[in-house]
Design a protein around this ligand. Sequence first.
Ligand code: ATP
Ligand code: MG
Length: 666
Amino acid sequence: MNREEKLKSLKYRYGRKNDFPGPGGSGFGGPGGGPGGHPPGAGRFGAGRPGFGKTGKSDPGGTKSPDSAAKGLDQKKRFGGGRPENSMGTVVRLLGYLREDTPKLVLAFVCIILNTLGTLAGSYMLRPVINTYIVPVDGSRGDPAGLLGALGVMAFVFLVGVGANYLQARIMLDVAQSALRKIRTDLFGKMQSFPVRFYDTNSNGDLMSRFTNDVDTLGMMLSNTLVQLFAGILSVVGTLILMIYTNIWLTLITLFMVPVMMRAGGVVAKQSHRHFSAQQASLGAVNGYIEEIITGQKVVKVFCHEKVAMEEFDLLNEDLRDNQIRAQFFGGIMGPVMGNLSQINYSLTACIGGLLCVFRNFDVGGLTVFLNFSRQFSRPINEISMQIGNVFSALAGAERVFSVMDEAPEPEDDKNAVALSQVKGHVVLDHVTFGYNPDKVILKDISLYAKPGQKIAFVGSTGAGKTTITNLLNRFYDIQGGSITIDGVDISQIRRDNLRQNIAMVLQDTHLFTGTVMENIRYGRLDATDEEVIQAAKTASAHSFINRLPKGYQTMLEGDGANLSQGQRQLLNIARAAVSKAPILILDEATSSVDTRTERHIEHGMDRLMADRTTFVIAHRLSTVRNANAILVLEQGEVIERGDHEELLAQKGRYYELYTGVTELS
Ligand SMILES: Nc1ncnc2c1ncn2[C@@H]1O[C@H](COP(=O)(O)OP(=O)(O)OP(=O)(O)O)[C@@H](O)[C@H]1O
Ligand SMILES: [Mg+2]
């Protein structure tokens, strides 16, 4: 593969997820980044924050499949689709968030009007001031005392404008931040209500970026862009009226120059736009690459890929440099080009205005304020054209946020759903059929009956469907055929929160929250006393290692328990389940990373834990399930053998093969 092809393939692979909503509808200070804009180079937020992209999907049920990722949120929106699709609908929805603050908004807009009027009036007052007190039109001498008074009035008018501007900024900040708070609350609330399927089919990075980048962009628009747009339009209209009022001929010169400036600006913006897109694509690829290499650093080291990584990075980095130079060049010349044109306009107006003063009795005060106006006139035009791009990008962001909010939450509980009060633990699966995709059956005709206090084990090779069964028990997913009952009540008729309270689970993927060891165990039952937590830790054989931690139970765990070993993490997860008083317990490979000696040690505690609960155990290490009341051997979603340890061994079937090691567990 030559350099060119290699770069192309790298950019394709790493660029996508971090695809920043490019210009042509995005990227603050994108093209058109003329005077006063953000530097077009950097983009406002950089492309995709490291750490939020491919950091691995959450997989709460431990059941992820490659083809499941195909669904999920709209792909176009997922990768930052530039232009909004339904601007009107989105605007109306956004306004809904501002409705509560209508009085404040009105006040802010009054302030903007006051500020614009103040600026315009202040500038215009210069004309009578010059004509009356500095160079009186009747040829008399100037009047210093009168001048001072007039300047005082001007200062007051300007001050009112400045005050109004300050007030407006404060109010808008308040309004925008309150709206953002509501949006974030709604979004987070929505995320808590989504079914597990949602998280199985959407990437963490994408969701994170909606929460951060998109909401930020929206905030910028609410607090700044709207105001600037409104103020800009007001100022253009006001200036134009005052210019016409001051001198119609000079106004014509400016009106002639404006399209020329806009045309020139358009040409530069188009070029800049093109290079800006390229730059964002490169930036996305570089960020994506860095992120992946950082998160996979250990694997990079293990397989000595440092040199390859360096070479690949170099390639991407060089490409970014080239594109950045081009993008920033065109972004950078926008200011000078517009500045020079504005200067030409200024000189032309000054020359012709001077001639008008000499030959046509045009007053000097009039010429002075007009020159100011003609300078002022082009600025808001540039700003408006820039802000429109920002509005579109913010609306596109809002759409991405709203599209998450519009995802279906977990269906409501059936209206006849009950809450079981004293669950004994009779669990019956009756001819259960299930597939994550309805057309691809994963579990076929599974039946079982667990009496209270019994221990049921699932064994079988990887991908056989063991975790899937546990996902059905607590309704992470709903079954397609057959029925599951607890104490004779169909689980679809039990309130979900009640059902889940009654099932304690140790997931195949351990997870610990940021907090102390004590807090992490107590997560299983918030009203557990310290003694109960410690007792649970003892049951899980975690007590002794916790005591060896620097601050014992008060040791802070961070980053999913990064300072613990995998086995220790599992022990804490078991303790968390142990502290819960749920009558049904599910252990999915709960001790897979624990050494056999500790495992044997746990066994006694576990026996106590399981004694009065119905327990489902999944284990590859068959020694741990030997004492189960019933062992179900699963193969491609079907139960192929069942019985207790002795019976299964006697059958000399699959279990026998697995147990005696005739066939290796795949
Ligand atoms: N979220 C999902 N969407 C679609 N298919 C899935 C999903 N989770 C699991 N699967 C598929 O279901 C099948 C059973 O997976 P399951 O996780 O139940 O296996 P398992 O027996 O627990 O395996 P292991 O021993 O590796 O944990 C696999 O073929 C897997 O590809
Ligand atoms: Mg599993």
